[in-house]
Design a protein around this ligand. Sequence first.
Ligand code: NAP
Ligand code: F7E
Length: 330
Amino acid sequence: MGKRALITGITGQDGSYLADFLLEQGYEVFGLVRRSSTLNFQRIRHIQDRITILSADLLDQNSLLTAMAEAEPDEVYNLAAQSFVPTSWTQPVLTGEATALGVMRMLEAIKRVTPKARFYQASSSEMFGKVRESPQTERTPFYPRSPYGVAKVYGHWITVNYRESYGLFAVSGILFNHESPRRGLEFVTRKVSYGVARIKLGLATELPLGNLDAKRDWGFAGDYVRAMWQMLQEEVPSDYVVGTGVQHSVRDLIELAFEHVGLDWREHVVQDERLLRPAEVDTLVADASKARRQLGWEPTVDFDGLVRMMVDADVELLSSPRSEPGAHDP
Ligand code: NAP
Ligand code: F7E
């Protein structure tokens, strides 16, 4: 019989790629979805009849206990979170409830209902924040720079703590930025690819951006969900850094994206002070040697390939008559 997996955050970027991947592996997939006034299924529409949707919210312990009892999962992937860094300053309490305490509620649900289930926590390179060393490994100390980063540090350590306190198979993947045509429109890579496509098609002339000097290690989301699964197939639970090891600035990103459609970014990008953050993470780059060595994980898409993929997808999306942001494959 196939394994059963429960994914929180299945309507998000990573949840949708992970669901695709697990279905390909023959899993029965359960997805936890919170109630909202309009359905938000763009990213999972193509697999909607192959997965089971359960209604629950990370803020509601009872709903998680019920979902766990219904799904009886072998593997649980906790990808749900308030994941946008700027929102964590305007809604710090909500961010703490979902991104920090939500992890503990998930672990409690597992401990009480399905203690044999393996648990993946979506930790983040934002925990490194004002970096103490470069590149960052599993041993680099954390110095988060936003309420989001602080909440992720709680989620990380409560996962380690439940592993050590109760013997749960619980692991954290410390993932660096990963992107795709399914990325939310507010994150910088998608904001750029979508903005470039709009300018190319004559739908806009300007693209307002914040800090162009920030540097990130950007990879492709499809590669990163494979690493999540690989972590849960190991004999011994352990935490892993996942990233490409290659760093680029936001300026590199816009240069490449505009160049790809034959435009000069200097004629279109405008700096908007309101998009600067109260505290910035200036530089991040992964040393993913442990994941490469132990899991055999390798990224298949490099920065150039990623940016071109995203720009091409958005040009195609906006060129089609009934375009819907976020709905695009892959
Ligand atoms: P995303 O696209 O923003 O998706 C977040 C998901 O969480 C959505 O499905 C959202 O549901 C759900 N959610 C939010 N609050 C919830 C709540 N209270 N109860 C239940 N579900 C809730 O994020 P992503 O990029 O796929 O990232 C997945 C996870 O990895 C997140 O935990 C993120 O913080 C973490 N992470 C991401 C990256 C990255 O570069 N993408 C890197 C490191 C770590 P709705 O659709 O209803 O909003
Ligand atoms: O910003 C700069 C911004 O919002 C990247 C989340 O998935 O990855 C993501 O967090 C950089 C920052 O991602 C704009 O200041 C400039 O330095 O795309 P982002 P993020 O904050 O790195 C981590 C790993 C996560 O865990 C998070 O969940 O780009 N930047 N101008 C801009 N950023 C945005 N969003 N918009 C701009 O206009």
